[in-house]
Design a protein around this ligand. Structure first.
Ligand code: FES
Ligand code: FE2
Length: 352
């Protein structure tokens, strides 16, 4: 496996909710997924209950994800031991007695707003002290959304860096949500936050609409007032971008109209050097363009494929030049702040 020595690796805060996937990924088959370096099997019972177990049968260690879902739990695909949603073995075929130690570790798994949240914990006593985050956009009748799960051969913080620095749009995403590179690099940017939260706001008044915007929304002026609001919340990043006709509203009004793209970005480490990227994009279809959601979702998928190629290339190169330092420029303020939050959480320090 590729290793780089100059970047801090394997640093993830475990005692919190992380995104494990989306509701629609759990149907009638178990799903194997490594999350925060733990091999986990996710499944949904026929009654609709979701569960997460260690993906290892305690008999002869076949992955439980090779088994089948039944009404009472997950049955191992080798000798048929049946495990309930808490990981307790409730049947040994051909044998009355169930050994006390016949159980596998389970992890709290919750489903909220179509997002699956898992609590891995740094030790067996670490249990959730809160409900998982809500994401009301998925239930908001103004919006329609679609999304996907991507796998990255790169550490998760490189994805944070990318999402917190949207200056890259002009150079990387010219075909979809980009626009004039120099306008992006010169956008008015504000970086703030407190506790574990980092917020980056970028405004681009009177700029030109990029291809996705023009295709999705009939703007009434040649130029558009464009915004990007990025909220980093450690387990995920919420990004509200959009635009309206020049001068038609206040860019700081939370109820502003115009074309909206609301992104959910669940970034969960798989291992120290790989990550899962669970994303959705929601838009508010214009009355004259009700069928535009699929176009926005498809173009977003294309955009995120571009990021994936870029970030995996970046990581390969960081591994090729393992002892070189990087420089900082103005666009790094948001990403650097998020990195400091993670560093603090991993070290266990209390926020000031
Ligand atoms: S390995 Fe699972 S039942 Fe034997
Ligand atoms: Fe991007």
């Amino acid at each position: 496996m590729l290793q780089a020595t100059h970047h801090s690796l394997a640093a993830f805060p475990l005692d919190r909710w992380w995104v494990a996937g989306f509701s629609w990924e759990l149907k009638d088959k178990p799903l194997a997924r490594t999350l925060l370096s733990r091999a986990v099997v996710l499944y949904r019972t026929p009654d609709g209950v979701v569960a997460a177990l260690e993906d290892r049968c305690c008999h002869k260690e076949l992955p439980l994800s090779c088994g089948v879902i039944e009404a009472r739990g997950l049955r191992c695909g080798y000798h048929g031991l049946l495990f309930n949603t808490e990981g307790k073995c409730i049947e040994v075929p051909g044998q009355e007695r169930i050994p006390d130690r016949a159980r596998v570790p389970s992890y709290p798994l919750r489903e909220r707003d179509q997002i699956l949240w898992i609590w891995i914990g740094s030790n067996p006593d670490s249990q959730p002290d809160t409900e998982p985050p809500s994401y009301p956009v998925h239930n908001d009748p103004r919006y329609k959304f679609g999304g996907d799960s991507f796998h990255y051969d790169a550490p998760y913080q490189l994805i944070h860096d990318n999402l917190l620095d949207l200056s890259h749009l002009g150079y990387v995403h010219a075909k979809t949500i980009g626009g004039n590179p120099s306008l992006h690099m010169n956008a008015v940017v504000k970086v703030e936050g407190s506790g574990d939260h980092v917020r980056v706001v970028r405004l681009m008044p009177n700029s030109s609409p990029p291809p996705t915007y023009s295709a999705a929304w009939p703007f009434g002026t040649p130029g558009i007032d464009r915004w990007q609001e990025i909220d980093f919340k450690v387990s995920h990043v919420e990004i509200w971008t959009g635009a309206m006709d020049v001068g038609s509203g206040d860019l700081s009004d939370p109820k502003r109209e115009g074309f909206h793209m609301r992104g959910f970005h669940g970034v969960t480490p798989e291992t120290a050097t790989s990550a899962h990227y669970f994303w959705t994009i929601a838009t508010n279809p214009h009355p004259d363009k009700q069928d535009v959601t699929q176009l926005v979702v498809n173009q977003t998928a294309q955009t995120f494929e571009e990021d994936k190629v870029l970030i995996e290339n970046q990581w390969q190169n960081q591994c090729r030049f393992p002892v070189r330092a990087q420089i900082d420029i103005h666009v790094d303020a948001g990403p650097n702040r998020a990195r400091r939050v993670i560093e603090r959480l991993v070290s266990g320090a209390v926020p000031k």
